[in-house]
Design a protein around this ligand. Structure first.
Ligand code: AMP
Ligand code: TRP
Length: 331
């Protein structure tokens, strides 16, 4: 029996932080055992915001090393721009997606604000507007059944399903599969510096904890996490809950239960909670950091492997595009 297809993507902007890891990448690694997985470093998406070409190139490879260190198989990993068919499918799908649908995307609104805040002379690109259609093309290209992502990608997944349905209606055939999101147990990790925001690379260094940061830095960041005002209330504050989430994500169930009981009895010291979280995170990142050292010892070998996996995965994209061109009268 054919295995179900899993596809996901990550932008080569910023670093690989705990939100990305626990929200998505850890799942990518586990799913490889049971599914036909394709994972992509989405550099076409990365140029939708103001960027520096030299830095982009560096970031792409850095992210590749980091993903391999986390346990992503090289045969499953490709670089989006090595498969230009994604842009062609994006164009065709953009003609099956309405302006109104794209205008409602919250990520577009958030990123528009970011562009304006950072530099008032920058402009909001059309690419940023059509970004979700390119994401739909990434997913539909491989007829993905499942898409492991964080909760922030819900709206884009819903749009992808709508585009798939519209395409099928236009061509009169159930060609594309409507994909489903796959969430981890921690689909949203918050910034430890400001728990009203999600942990993210674009909000600035203090708003994310880098998996590859020196362990002392990780400990310091966790020690300075915002908890609550000290006044007890009936509901746990977002900051404290986030620390518990991190502990759970690191699979420290026994300590998690113990500290949660202390919290309920009002005997928990936040300094102790933070120390446990820091220990757990450091224990989790250590082997990943060690693996990265081995991987970057031969960067050329890694680059050759990823170029070759991208070429292999491209064969699948070419086959889809041939069918799509015939179905849409573009052959
Ligand atoms: P991005 O950082 O936008 O490239 O996202 C890469 C993947 O990580 C996507 O699947 C996101 O949904 C996920 N992700 C990013 N930040 C977080 C977060 N703070 N919590 C959970 N998942 C996240
Ligand atoms: N938009 C996603 C993000 O910001 C990245 C992405 C691009 C993606 N293409 C994808 C995620 C395809 C899943 C599937 O995280």
């Amino acid at each position: 029996m054919n295995r179900k297809v899993v596809l996901s993507g990550i932008q080569p902007t910023g670093n690989l932080h705990l939100g990305r890891y626990f929200g998505a990448i850890e799942n990518w690694v586990h799913l490889q055992n049971d599914f036909d997985c394709v994972y992509c470093v989405v550099n076409y998406h990365a140029i939708t915001m103001p960027y520096n070409p030299v830095k982009l190139q560096e970031n792409v490879w850095e992210l590749v090393y980091n993903l391999l260190a986390c346990g992503v198989n090289h045969e499953s990993l490709f670089i989006q721009s090595k498969i230009p068919e994604h842009t062609e499918l994006c164009w065709i799908l953009s003609c099956m997606c309405s302006y109104g649908e794209l205008s409602r995307m919250t990520q577009f609104k958030d990123k528009t604000d970011q562009v304006k805040e950072k530099n008032k002379d920058s402009f909001v690109s059309c690419g940023l507007f059509t970004y979700p259609v390119l994401q739909a093309a990434d997913i539909l290209m491989y007829r993905a059944d499942y898409v492991p992502v964080g909760k922030d990608q819900d709206q884009h997944l819903e749009l992808t399903r709508n585009i798939a349905q519209r395409f099928n209606a236009v061509v009169g055939k159930d060609y594309f599969v409507a994909p489903e999101a796959l969430y981890t147990e921690t689909p949203k990790i918050l910034s430890t510096a400001d728990p009203s925001k999600k942990m993210s690379a674009s909000a600035g260094d203090k708003h994310n904890i880098d998996l590859f940061a020196p362990v002392d830095t990780i400990r310091k960041q966790i020690r300075s996490a915002v908890t609550d005002t000290g006044e007890r209330s009936d509901t746990m504050s977002a900051g404290v809950e986030n620390l518990f989430q991190l502990l759970k994500a690191c699979k420290q169930t026994a300590i998690y239960n113990e500290l949660l009981a202390e919290y309920s009895n009002q005997t928990l010291s936040y300094a102790v909670l933070k120390d446990h979280v820091a220990d757990a995170v450091i224990q989790m990142v250590q082997p990943i950091q060690d693996r990265k050292k081995e991987i970057i010892a031969d960067k050329k070998a890694v680059k050759d492997m990823i170029k070759s996996s991208s070429m292999n995965i491209r064969e699948r994209a070419i086959a889809t595009l041939n069918e799509v061109r015939s179905l849409t009268g573009l052959n």
